[in-house]
Design a protein around this ligand. Structure first.
Ligand code: MN
Length: 199
């Protein structure tokens, strides 16, 4: 395969007290690594997808191979969606679009945490750019599903699988999401993704 597990963009204890080092250690070393290991095992020698990018595999595969490839990609995107300093801010361009589509950033945060909290079972909450409708949207997806397969451009994601929060918050997904949305979202990462939206 021509891809490997991306290093974490910060130390495993950097998100404390909102996410513990213990959670990150299991999440990164066991779950994230596990999806890559399973993907490697699922792609036979000589399968052309071994030479493709994760994005190409996500857009062209189904079943177990889709699930593993999407989960590798989604987790790398999740680590980047969080910033330990909590001091990032949106570009002027993204801030203007947020105001146009949500009224203000607090309303966006409220809708994002609400839709992610309401995702039934495992999945992801996302801030995406919908190019066809020319607007920002918050959505949730089930299991490994990724907005790219619907032609949407991810800007930020939040993992709402129980393994993301259960050690720290038990069943209180809402508290986990509230802390992430208020304290840890990486608006510089979102702004870079927004700036790249047209290629
Ligand atoms: Mn996860």
């Amino acid at each position: 395969m021509n891809f490997t597990l991306e290093p974490m963009p910060y130390a495993q204890d950097a998100l404390e007290p909102h996410i513990s080092a213990r959670t990150i250690s299991y999440h990164y070393n066991k779950h994230h690594q596990g999806y890559l290991t399973k993907l490697d095992a699922a792609l036979p020698k000589g399968d052309e997808r071994r030479e493709q990018s994760l994005e190409e595999i996500i857009k062209s595969s189904e079943g177990g191979i889709f699930n593993c490839a999407a989960q590798v990609w989604n987790h790398t995107f999740y680590w980047q969606s969080l910033d330990p300093t909590g001091k990032t801010s949106a570009s002027k361009e993204l801030a203007t679009q947020i105001d146009a589509d949500f009224g203000n950033v607090d309303e966006l945060k409220s809708q994002l945490s609400s839709i992610a909290a309401g995702q039934f079972g495992s999945g992801w909450g996302w801030l995406v750019w919908n190019d066809a409708a020319s607007k920002l949207q918050v959505i949730s997806t089930t299991d490994a599903e990724n907005p790219m397969t619907e032609g949407l451009i991810p800007l930020l994601t939040l993992d709402v699988w129980e393994h993301a929060y259960y050690l720290d918050y038990q069943n209180d997904r809402g508290a986990y999401l509230g802390n992430l949305v208020d304290q840890l979202l990486n608006w510089e990462f979102a702004s870079r993704n927004f700036a790249k939206r047209n290629g």
